[in-house]
Design a protein around this ligand. Structure first.
Ligand SMILES: CC(C)(COP(=O)(O)OP(=O)(O)OC[C@H]1O[C@@H](n2cnc3c(N)ncnc32)[C@H](O)[C@@H]1OP(=O)(O)O)[C@@H](O)C(=O)NCCC(=O)NCCS
Length: 176
């Protein structure tokens, strides 16, 4: 890591949809969802998503996340995208912290995500998050490859981190 990167971290807005879509397209192995899906995320789920922009207003990072209706103590992290030029500087961690510090996450004690077995960077991101909060990590079967039909998509392993305290979230302030 080369040190914290200075970005404005904020909730996305519908007008950010095209920039989010473009960023995700530049971040394999992420699946690019439809433009309309990112528009809805930036509108209906803005409270649990975050966007990072540099001082020129260019979008460099995005996290799509939400609380599953059946588990309101859990933040499910769907996609994390950081532009290649600013990776390894803690931006993904900062963005995750920024979501969790919002009042809407006051009752969140777990983070969940699914990770393909070969995605080392993603695994390290969630390991680091858990380590900094001394939180347990449970990994298990998430979605087998068969759930993706014949697309060639690898299995997605489920990671569940927590419980962690609210205090441990506040003690890891995001540099915004
Ligand atoms: C995964 C990704 C979001 C990480 O973003 P980032 O801003 O570079 O991550 P951070 O700098 O916050 O690093 C978080 C941790 O991951 C580690 N890490 C980051 N990139 C890594 C890599 N390529 N290989 C190994 N570890 C890596 C960091 O060392 C750090 O570990 P630490 O907490 O033990 O110090 C980014 O690489 C990316 O957008 N990749 C393509 C899309 C993707 O795979 N998204 C994740 C699946 S949803």
């Amino acid at each position: 890591m080369t040190g914290p990167v200075a970005m404005v971290l904020r909730k996305p807005q519908p007008a950010d949809g095209p920039a989010i879509y473009s960023l995700v397209c530049q971040c394999p192995p992420l699946d690019a969802n439809s433009r309309y899906a990112y528009l809805l995320l930036a509108d209906h789920w803005a409270d649990t998503c975050v966007l990072a922009e540099d001082d020129s207003g260019t979008v460099k990072g995005f996290i799509a996340a939400y609380t599953p209706p059946q588990r309101l103590d859990t933040l499910f992290v769907w996609q994390v995208a950081v532009a290649a030029a600013v990776r390894g500087q803690g931006l993904a961690q900062q963005m995750l912290d920024a979501i969790l510090q919002r009042p809407v996450c006051a009752f969140v004690r777990h983070v969940e995500a699914t990770v393909t077995p070969d995605n080392t960077a993603s695994a390290r991101l969630f390991q680091g998050f858990a380590r900094r909060r001394a939180a347990p990590v449970h990994t298990g079967s998430g979605y087998p490859a068969s759930c993706f039909g014949d697309s060639g998509h690898a299995e997605e392993l489920l990671w569940r981190i927590g419980p962690f305290s609210r205090q441990s979230v506040q003690e890891n302030p995001a540099a915004a």
